[in-house]
Design a binder for this molecule. Structure first.
Ligand code: TMP
Length: 215
């Protein structure tokens, strides 16, 4: 099996974590050796960066600091997890990668006029390393946020820094994701994540099997 670099993207509460676990099991039935990773927070150092980024108030750090921390975390994920695993012939699934930054920090936030800073950082940090396939789990903003707040309550996490931003931010980033996907249809599979968990899992597998023929 050719090792693949696969990413899952989507707004908060899209259901990525569970779908990733299910999709990993599916890939293993196809004899892929699968490594799971996430951004932010792939390694011990990454987890420290994650804490800064996802806990507390939105304005505790400004947008530029936030952006640089996401890229620092991406560098760690790429050099310590993604590239080593691919070179060992393993398939990597990353829960978020560069599209998250374009969706959240560019489309969601109103701080940056264009993506040139992000594009430059992406080249420096990741040498433009692109996923082979990206699943965009597209979910209605209100449904997604409700799921996120419920999950945070059940799991007693404080990871609500982005969820607490106003709803228009989440609408912008959802539309942003769809724009990004439209620009690269060969890489993206858009999944309707408003459906039931089983329906979403099935759609992921079906779209994966179509996409793999095109690679
Ligand atoms: P998670 O809850 O899906 O693990 O993601 C953590 C939060 O960080 C989520 O609200 C999205 C946000 N995020 C960005 O704003 N930019 C990024 O580049 C990444 C990777 C995540």
């Amino acid at each position: 099996m050719k090792p693949l670099f696969i990413t899952f993207e989507g707004g908060d509460g899209a259901g990525k974590s569970l779908q990733i676990l299910r999709f990993k099991e599916y890939l293993e039935t196809l004899n892929h050796k699968v490594v799971l990773t996430r951004e932010p927070g792939s390694t011990e150092v990454g987890k420290e960066i994650r804490k800064i980024l996802v806990e507390g108030d939105k304005d505790k750090i400004d947008e530029t600091t936030e952006l640089l921390l996401f890229y620092a975390d991406r560098r760690i994920n790429l050099t310590k997890v993604i590239l080593p695993a691919l070179s060992e012939g393993k398939t990597v699934i990353s829960d978020r990668y560069n599209d998250s930054t374009i969706a959240y920090q560019y489309y969601g936030s109103n701080k940056f006029n264009d993506t040139s800073l992000m594009d430059n950082l992406y080249q420096i940090v990741a040498e433009g390393k692109k996923p082979d396939i990206t699943f965009l789990l597209d979910v209605d903003v209100k449904i997604g946020l409700e799921r996120s707040f419920n999950k945070a309550k059940t799991e007693q996490t404080k990871e609500l820094r982005f969820e607490n931003v106003d709803i228009s931010f989440h609408e912008r980033l959802r539309n942003g994701y769809l724009e990004i996907a439209k620009k690269e249809p060969q890489r993206f599979c858009i999944i309707d994540a408003n459906k039931t968990i089983d329906e979403v899992s099935l759609e992921i597998i079906e779209k994966f099997n179509q996409k793999i023929k095109e690679l």
